[in-house]
Design a binder for this molecule. Structure first.
Ligand code: PLP
Length: 406
């Protein structure tokens, strides 16, 4: 068996994370023994409420919220959609939404749908290093603005937005503020008591819980109307039979997330820095995308001029390495990342961008393995499509805020 067949080097933790064994263990009894419906009249079902309560407390603790401020959902996408929907439905005379050009599809696609329905959506631009000019937010807020929704951390570049400041601006203007903290929770300190955030989204599968469970924090007294109506679960704020095993697993993962934040995240940052420096030192005409400092500790987004990220990913896959590109294949053509193009990267350069995102289960061996395999892959692909060395260096140098290694 080849080395690659033997190992999986998983460097795509912003896409999803391994379910922690402790989480699987916590969930298992809710499939095998305690599988009742918490809304039932009999004890076999309704005694599970105490387990839901515990999970709610654990998830609330991760972001320093009150348990009653947590609504369990199916995912981060549902949480984002629900927050914006609630703001529009509870303020029917306000038909303007502000978000940014670099949000996850959960916001971008929802915004497009709202526009089709006649709402107005402003997508704030970003700077070349991925940061945001909050002056533009102030200018964009109008009397009919129903909500501002701005991500805490970008999933592609890891760039952090100044959420406390943005929330304060919105509060001063009386506009509800929602943040998508799907990538931030468990990686940086997310404390809803330190800021004026009204609603905040998180997702289980980004922090070692399973896919299919998320949460929306809704600050006490924030007007809220359900997106999914039904049997009155979640105190009438989200219908649908409680997904007990997943909610319990999410609770356990959130409890572990609090520990990871203090115990493991520095190690993850050190590994990320080693990986990034190694790439930039070893591979000519490469650059980092996104600001160096205001960034998630686990994310590294780099681009290599003269190669298609999809080709690199294919060759990395053959070595057992899982990473990702920001690009999406739409109707057969590779579209460059909307995040990188919003930062001003030329589409040709953005098509050569790769994201490596680390997690608590990564080791130094993973980083060393990537640094051994990646440079020859880039060299091989570049040799197959010899190009404009000089132009490439200039293009990379011009790529916003990027570090050039040539
Ligand atoms: N928001 C961000 C920033 C994300 O990275 C993701 C997932 O990649 C989502 C929202 C959507 O979360 P989910 O996959 O739980 O729907």
């Amino acid at each position: 068996m080849s080395e690659a067949e033997n190992r999986t080097c998983y460097l795509d933790n912003n896409a999803t994370t391994r379910v922690a064994p402790e989480v699987v263990e916590a969930m298992t009894p809710y499939f095998t023994e305690n599988w009742g419906n918490p809304s039932a009249a009999y004890g076999f079902g309704n005694r599970l409420h105490k387990d839901l309560d515990q999970a709610r407390e654990q998830v609330a603790a991760l972001i320093n919220a009150e348990p009653q401020e947590i609504i369990f959902t199916s995912c981060g996408t549902e949480s984002n959609n629900s927050a914006i929907h609630a703001a529009l439905i509870t303020q029917p005379n306000k038909r303007h939404v502000i978000t940014t050009k670099v949000e996850h599809a959960a916001n971008i696609a929802y915004g497009a749908q709202l526009q089709k329905q006649g709402y107005e959506v402003t997508y704030l631009p970003v700077e070349p290093d991925g940061s945001i000019d909050l002056h533009l937010l102030e200018l964009a807020i109008r009397p009919d603005t129903a909500i501002v929704s701005m991500m805490w951390a970008n999933n592609e570049t890891g760039v952090l937005f100044p959420i406390h400041e943005a929330a304060a601006i919105c509060r001063s203007k009386g506009v509800p503020f929602h943040t998508d903290a799907v990538q931030a929770a468990g990686k940086v300190d997310v404390d809803v008591k330190l800021s004026e955030v009204d609603m905040l989204s998180i997702s289980g599968h980004k922090l070692n819980a399973p896919k299919g469970v998320g949460a929306l924090f809704v600050k006490r007294r924030t007007p809220y109307e359900s997106f999914i109506t039904g049997g009155g679960q979640e105190r009438g704020r989200r219908g649908g039979t409680y997904n007990v095993p997943y909610i319990v697993g999410f609770g356990k993962a959130a409890e572990m997330g609090v520990i990871h934040l203090t115990r493991d995240i520095h190690r993850v940052r050190t590994l990320r820095d080693k990986l990034e420096q190694g790439i930039l030192n070893q591979i000519k005409v490469s650059c980092r995308n996104g600001s160096h400092d205001a960034r998630l500790p686990n994310t590294c987004n780099v681009c290599f001029h003269g190669v298609e990220a999809e080709a690199v990913l294919l060759m990395l896959d053959r070595e057992g390495i899982c990473a990702s590109s920001g690009s999406a294949c739409k109707t057969g053509s590779i579209e460059p990342s909307h995040v990188l193009t919003a930062m001003g990267l030329k589409p040709s350069l953005a098509r050569g961008a790769l994201r490596f995102s680390l997690g608590v289960y990564n080791t130094e061996e993973d980083v060393d393995y990537l640094l051994e395999k990646l440079p020859p892959i880039i060299n091989k692909l570049r040799a197959e499509t010899p190009g404009d060395g000089e132009d490439a260096a200039v293009a990379v140098a011009n790529a916003g805020g990027a570090v050039v290694s040539a």
